[in-house]
Write a protein that binds this ligand. Structure first.
Ligand SMILES: Cc1ncc(COP(=O)(O)O)c(C=O)c1O
Length: 480
């Protein structure tokens, strides 16, 4: 691919983009149970898009020259703080997403402590973004097991993992994989006792859980009103239904947030001080989030939460009637993990895809079983009965079918990731059915089984190889 020698007409550009998009998962319509958050409100989508576009050219690099962005950020942070138990001293930042919010919270904790070789205590259910933050920022993640029945963090195990190098404790509200809320009060009490900051990852649950609580769900306390919680992340591009690129990180005091900021005066250009990881950043996501929050309003979010809760309850009740399928734990959130002792859940995911649904494969890890993940949203209510009927049919259809070749799985389970060079690693990809330029296989069960059989370090290295193959300019990239 090279730049067209002559600029293309608008209709041609749009037609080509439309063609590219035709292979994407549907972001609206309720049949995609991960990655997208569909309010089933075309009016809200339209407003978000319009405002996003109208602020695209404005630069959040310098809040003094675009005061509209400063005002909107202060509004959005105040709204999030009020929603999540903040007090008069609560401050925060608008960021591009959950990962950026988490990176910033980890940086703030690291710089507050100023220790050599700092560590973060992470239940294994904490989002991978924390390990990414540790990797980027030079901290060591200390992983602790969770309760294998409830999938919640165990305070005694968190406590046992604290050392004199610990700079941060983490709890999820809720966890992505199982939709359960960790015992935040106990973990925060540990933080207070040991003088350690505690971050609550409310990226996915922070906006919705207070509405679920108002609708009668028993949600354990998890927000900034819990003594000992020092920071909290909440994504607006998830259950606040803002267009993508919208999250907030909150701190219980400005002293901790100061450690998040970065300034550099040792160069020749403009005075640089950044609140977040990004420097130049479009005003679109912030303005769109501001607009969506105001247009939906509290009553609108109650209604969106009610539809989401109804769909989740119907799913959980319906799965109980499908022989061979069970819900893992007791999710407080609209996130459900389905496991099976009878059928290969990865094959069920493929069968569901063949019937026009996207449900997400979650690999088994340590002694936690593989599962099918579903993120439900307000749009799920209209389709949940059809989803259950297809799930039941798929489970029956795939009895006795497995995705992986047992000999191959046994062979990869014994591989030592540290002993394999990148060249050898490349030869493993064809075993998984991935060849350069050959396109992605329609069925993923074999690949998922292979990945699951590997030690996590090997999974990671193979995934990196795979990504390199995908991002090959000018072809060679795998496409469905
Ligand atoms: C609990 C939790 N934390 C963090 C993240 C990361 O958010 P993002 O993908 O916006 O970076 C997610 C994403 O699903 C999440 O569920």
């Amino acid at each position: 691919m090279t730049l067209p020698a002559t600029g293309l007409p608008r209709h041609e550009v749009l037609a080509r983009l439309g063609q590219l998009r035709s292979r994407d998962l549907a972001a609206r319509g309720g049949r995609t149970f991960a990655y997208v958050y569909d309010p089933d409100r075309p009016d809200i989508d339209a407003l978000g898009h319009e405002v996003y576009a109208s602020f695209l050219d404005v630069n959040g690099l310098d809040p003094t020259v675009f005061p509209s962005l400063l005002a909107m950020e202060n509004d959005v942070v105040a709204i999030a703080a009020a929603h999540l138990g903040g007090g008069p001293g609560t401050v925060g930042s608008f960021t591009s997403g959950g990962t950026e919010s988490i990176i910033l919270a980890v940086k703030a904790a690291r710089d507050r402590a100023g220790l050599d070789r700092p560590q973060v205590v992470l239940p294994v259910t904490a989002h991978a973004a924390f390990q990414k933050a540790c990797h980027y920022l030079g901290l060591e993640p200390v992983l602790v097991d969770v309760d294998p029945t409830t999938f919640r963090a165990v305070p005694a195990l968190v406590e046992a993992a604290i050392t004199d190098r610990t700079v941060l404790l983490v709890a999820s509200a809720a966890s992505y994989a199982h939709g359960v809320v960790d015992p935040v009060e106990q973990i925060a009490a540990l933080g207070l006792e040991r003088g350690l900051p505690v971050h609550v990852d409310g990226c996915i649950g922070g906006w919705l859980l207070p509405y679920f609580a108002r609708l009668g769900v028993e949600v354990p306390r998890f927000d900034l009103s819990v003594p000992g919680v020092t920071s909290l992340s909440v994504d607006l591009h998830k259950y606040a239904y803002a267009p993508k690129g919208a999250s907030v990180v909150l701190y219980d005091d400005a002293g901790l947030r100061r450690k998040q900021y970065y300034a550099c005066a040792d160069w020749t250009g403009y005075t640089m001080v950044n609140a977040t990881v990004q420097s130049t950043k479009s005003g679109g996501p912030l303005a769109a989030a501001w607009a969506v929050l105001h247009a939906v309003g509290d009553d609108g979010y109650v209604e969106l939460a009610r539809k989401t809760l109804t769909a989740t309850q119907r799913l959980v009740e319906g799965v109980a009637l499908i022989p061979g399928l069970r819900v893992l734990g007791q999710p407080e959130m609209a996130l459900v993990a389905l496991a099976s002792d009878d059928v290969d859940v990865f094959v069920v995911c493929d069968e569901m895809a063949a019937r026009g649904w996207y449900v997400q494969a979650q690999l088994g890890y340590r002694d936690l079983p593989a599962s099918i993940h579903l993120t439900l949203t307000a749009s799920s209510e209209a389709v949940v009965d059809a989803l259950l009927a297809d799930l039941a049919a798929c489970v029956e259809d795939v009895r006795g079918v497995t995705g992986g070749d047992p000999e191959l799985l046994a062979a990869v389970a014994g591989l030592d990731p540290e002993a394999l060079g990148d060249d050898v690693l490349g030869t493993l990809l064809p075993l998984a059915g991935i060849e350069p330029g050959a396109g992605l296989p329609d069925r993923m069960a074999g690949i998922n089984a292979l990945l699951e059989a590997m030690p996590p370090r090997l999974r990671e290295r193979l995934l990196v190889e795979f990504l390199g193959l995908l991002f090959t300019p000018g072809g060679g990239h795998a496409q469905r």
